[in-house]
Design a protein around this ligand. Structure first.
Ligand code: FCB
Length: 417
């Protein structure tokens, strides 16, 4: 039996996103999109717009000292020339109440959802030149209102996942399918990274000592077979590292969302950088079992989660150590969690990922915090079936919540062996 101990000042948090928990975000481009795609309607989501008291009670009952939420652009700016100070005031109120309870608010400015008017005015979205200035105007207004109560900012959540979803696979509005032209996606990524850099400057102008960054979805990558190493390297650069490199000097921390490991192989049929075939469950589902086999892909190991993702705790430590070596910046794990309707796998998932994180820290990586995805069950972009919550939507604790709360309170846990 060994005890794993985290530093005293470690941040123990949970993360949510406005569109996934607030409910009723009818000004978002996603609202009409749900119907067009035949998605389950998000409707009231977890009702968090009205139920912040209960969310706060959940955070307190877990003993957490940090909470990451996002500000819904379409609420704050319901039309191009109007800002809603009432909506902004509500977010300010949340930040104050969190601070009063000793819970540090981390506010994300862009978590996949954009106002419907934005894409009506600029159907090219991030493929064109108009959206960055629009985003920065919103960011300035939102951060201007929140700056006295919020010192920790996340400009973009998973920019590359968003761009591949919205412009590569047609999953998010505006629904373009340019995956066959990855150069266009890379250019959109560079544009978004420049916008992050501008937002970084803006946030520091508003509050010089603030901490700002973005958070990248980073999967652990392994070659499907010997000889696939270059495809791994290309995909790693395209999906993970290029954006981080473009933001060098404009990040106060490195934000990582880690969920899974994927195998990458090279196939002459792949249009992607390095002819890579990245084995995301979503891509496998898209091309079908046979298609994936024809592309030479390798499937994940072990029992997949309800998302079809492989559970691979060791990958978290590996990703953290590699990015620490590359950037030397303090690291925040801003999302990590498991879709498990039974709830029975969550405790082991958390324990094993924290153990992996701790081992990267022992080897020198400076990790400042861990935020579990998610505080409550929520709308998983099209469906309520995946259950990531430490609490159900009626705010009952799920299995695993008790364990996470104990770790957050004590800063330590026991491992066998
Ligand atoms: C991440 C997203 C988050 C949630 C989790 C499961 O990619 O940032 O909104 O959907 O996956």
């Amino acid at each position: 039996m060994a005890i794993i101990t985290f530093p005293k000042a470690f941040l123990w948090g949970a993360s949510t996103a406005a569109y996934q928990v607030e409910g009723g975000n009818s000004g978002s481009a996603l609202w009409a999109w749900e119907g067009r795609k035949g998605w389950e309607p998000s409707g009231e989501a977890a009702g968090s717009w009205e139920r912040f008291d209960e969310d706060l009670a959940c955070l307190k009952s877990l003993g957490l000292n940090a909470y990451r939420f996002s500000v819904e652009w379409s609420r704050v700016q319901p039309s191009p020339d109007r800002f809603d100070d009432g909506a902004l005031g509500r977010y300010v109120g949340w930040a104050r109440r969190l601070q009063a309870e000793g819970i540090r608010p981390f506010v994300c400015l862009h978590h996949f959802s954009e106002p419907s008017w934005l894409l009506e005015l600029h159907p090219e979205g991030w493929l064109g030149d108009s959206v960055p200035a629009r985003f920065l105007r919103f960011a300035e207004r939102a951060a201007g209102a929140l700056k006295d109560d919020v010192a920790d900012w996340v400009t973009f959540n998973e920019p590359m996942v968003f761009l591949v979803g919205a412009y590569g696979m047609g999953h998010f509005p505006p629904g373009r399918r340019l995956l066959v032209r990855p150069r266009a996606l890379a250019e959109a990524g560079a544009r978004m990274a420049r916008t992050h850099n501008e937002a970084y400057r803006l946030l520091h102008r508003l509050r010089p000592e603030c901490r700002a960054g973005f958070t990248q979805n980073v999967a652990a990558l392994d070659p499907a077979r010997p000889g696939d190493e270059e495809a791994v390297e290309s995909w790693d650069r395209f999906m993970h590292r290029d954006f981080m490199d473009a933001a060098r000097g404009r990040m106060d921390y490195l934000g990582i969302n880690y969920y899974t490991r994927i195998f990458v192989n090279r196939s002459p049929f792949s249009p992607l950088p390095g002819r890579a075939v990245p084995g995301y469950a979503e891509l496998q589902a898209g091309v079908g079992r046979l298609g994936y086999r024809l592309l030479g892909g390798r499937r994940g190991e072990g029992e997949p989660t309800d998302m079809g993702w492989e559970v691979h705790p060791e990958g978290l430590g590996r990703v953290v150590s590699a990015l620490w070596r590359e950037h030397g910046l303090p690291i925040l794990i801003l999302e990590n969690g498991i879709a498990d309707a039974s709830g029975l796998r969550r405790e082991a998932y958390i324990r094993d990922h924290l153990a992996s994180l701790a081992s990267a820290m022992r080897q020198g990586a400076e990790v400042r915090g861990y935020f579990h995805w998610s505080l409550v069950d929520n709308y998983e972009w099209g469906s309520y079936r995946p259950r990531f919550g430490l609490h159900s939507r009626d705010r009952r604790p799920c299995p695993g919540a008790e364990f996470y709360g104990r770790v957050a309170r004590s800063g330590e846990f026991e491992v066998h062996g």
